[in-house]
Design a binder for this molecule. Structure first.
Ligand SMILES: Cc1ncc(C[n+]2csc(CCO)c2C)c(N)n1
Length: 220
């Protein structure tokens, strides 16, 4: 079985919890409060910088020159493409660069970014890819699921359309293929570390949405 199919099956219950969590249920039916969505987008804008850095490190660790190009481009699009999605919401809400910079990275986003960048610096290529994969794959599945249920007048349409779109799904397929390619050469011990990383990142995806739902702040 390819690594990706195995990892998806092992983490299916966590995915189902994410798909049906209150944040995503309300995002789909359009009732999600502006306050919660703003919290989410601001934290996500912080997250993407760390995610882009982790992708750039995956590029640096790849042996195949085509994969260097693949991850270098993915790093660019994580920052440039997603920033334009966030930028359009920020403009709508009047959040400028200074206001954004003044909002701290909250605990769950901080944890996720720290985990990804520590993994990208310290772990081998295969484990880095396994840690990056849930970010792509869970968003593609959640995006399509919400897209099927959301009305045309949903206020968060730009977000939904981005993650349900063909372009994003092609990027997810490339990420799955790269991870399976790396896993095909991995020893059993390395495969076990890949699974650990995939599960850790899946759990952090849950925490990130849950943090936005709870309007999470540092207690001290
Ligand atoms: C917490 C969180 N997790 C995943 C994504 C989705 N995502 C962010 S960057 C990237 C790579 C391609 O641009 C993908 C798939 C997100 N936005 N926020």
């Amino acid at each position: 079985m390819p690594f990706s199919a195995d990892a998806w099956a092992r983490n299916e219950a966590a995915y189902e919890t994410i798909r049906t969590m209150p944040f995503n249920a309300e995002l789909a039916d359009g009732r999600l409060s502006r306050e919660r969505f703003v919290h989410y987008i601001v934290q996500d804008a912080h997250y993407l910088i760390g995610f882009g850095r982790a992708l750039a490190l995956a590029a640096a660790k790849a042996r195949d020159p085509d994969r260097i190009v693949h991850f270098a481009r993915a790093a660019e699009s994580a920052i440039v493409v997603e920033r334009s999605l966030h930028g359009s919401f920020f403009e709508e809400w009047g959040i400028d660069a200074k206001a954004f910079a003044a909002i701290p990275v909250q605990p769950s986003a901080h944890h996720y970014v720290s985990y990804l960048t520590a993994t990208a610096f310290a772990e081998p290529y295969e484990v880095v890819l396994a840690a990056l994969l849930p970010c792509f794959w869970i968003y593609a599945e959640v995006g399509r699921d919400i897209h099927q249920r959301a009305g045309a007048d949903n206020p968060y349409r730009a977000w939904i359309d981005t993650y349900a779109g063909e372009e994003f799904h092609a990027a997810v397929a490339r990420m799955i293929a790269a991870t399976d390619e790396a896993a095909a050469q991995a020893s059993p011990a390395l495969l076990a570390r890949m699974h650990e990383a995939y599960t850790a990142a899946t759990r952090l995806e849950y925490l990130f949405w849950d943090g936005a739902w709870r309007l999470e702040r540092w207690p001290v």
